[in-house]
Design a protein around this ligand. Structure first.
Ligand code: ATP
Ligand code: MG
Length: 257
């Protein structure tokens, strides 16, 4: 049999298996993300969604299976490695430093320095200003590069995290419950950021319990259920109500309708 061609997809996770002790959390999961595709990863609590994406971000090592990124077989042994590859994560408990300014947060751990290792502060401020206006599309006069992160809204923090990912040229942005705890207005902003990811030609994995947030922004849906992929649907082939119904039925009966 011919080798499968993994070069058409941005990322392919093949027969991924993960156990914590005796508990098998991912059984043999096949999961792919295409170029310029937004994939909605949905499923009940404990289905294994976060575990699956933590394998992509280098937090967990799989016990079995293979990962292909841009057609090449890779191992992701650390979070740094994952970032190097162009994979960034945004989640509600964002790793932002609350007491610091916005521009310091953007460049934290990846500071721009001159040959001698001195910080290029002016350039970092300038770049942050650019990210702020162009990538995050912030319009509020109250927000600027000197704003202390602590005083920003949840949605604005989310925006910084996504803007930072885009600036560092991530090809794949993973959003694990990015709207949790956000107000409606902030949620709308976070969803707009995800649409922006699509508009500029990048890809994303969007995990949320709220199908009404996932449905409008995703191109495709993958339902995970107790460590197995229970279904895959192109948005063009399923309505929001049908997807919702399928998930309710699955939760009730353990079976796909
Ligand atoms: N580090 C860990 N050690 C042991 N068990 C873990 C660990 N991380 C996750 N698990 C278990 O693996 C299962 C899947 O967890 P995971 O966080 O991937 O689910 P999830 O689909 O993201 O759920 P939720 O929607 O509630 O966030 C759960 O039963 C969880 O208790
Ligand atoms: Mg989770």
């Amino acid at each position: 049999m011919a080798e499968k061609d993994y070069s058409r997809k941005l990322v392919s996770m093949v027969e991924i298996q993960k156990s914590f002790g005796k508990v098998e959390v991912l059984k043999s999961v096949n999961f792919e993300v295409g170029h310029n595709e937004i994939v909605g990863l949905v499923g009940d609590n404990g289905a294994g969604k976060s575990t699956l994406i933590k394998i992509l971000t280098g937090v967990h090592q799989p016990n079995g299976g293979e990962i292909y990124f841009k057609g090449e077989k890779i191992t992701i042994h650390s979070v740094e490695r994952s970032r190097e590859l162009g994979i960034e994560t945004v989640y509600q408990e964002q790793a932002l430093s609350e007491q610091q300014t916005m521009w310091r947060n953007i460049f934290m751990g990846r500071e721009i320095t001159d040959k001698l290792g001195f910080l290029k502060i002016k350039q970092q401020r300038r770049e942050t200003e650019k990210i702020l206006r162009e990538q995050m599309g912030f319009t509020s006069k109250a927000i600027n590069t000197e704003s202390i992160v602590k005083y920003l809204s949840g949605g604005e923090k989310q925006g910084i995290a996504i803007g930072r990912s885009l600036y560092f040229d991530a090809d794949l942005i993973i959003l694990d419950e990015p709207t949790m705890g956000l107000s409606l207005a902030e949620t709308k902003k976070a969803l707009d950021f995800i649409r922006n990811v699509k508009d500029i030609g990048k890809s994303a994995i969007f995990i949320s319990h709220n199908i009404y947030y996932v449905y409008p922004v995703a191109d495709r849906f993958v339902i995970l259920d107790r460590g197995n992929v229970a279904g895959r649907f192109l948005k063009s082939k399923i309505t929001q109500d049908e997807l919702f119904e399928k998930m309710v039925h699955l939760a009730k009966t353990g079976k796909m309708r």
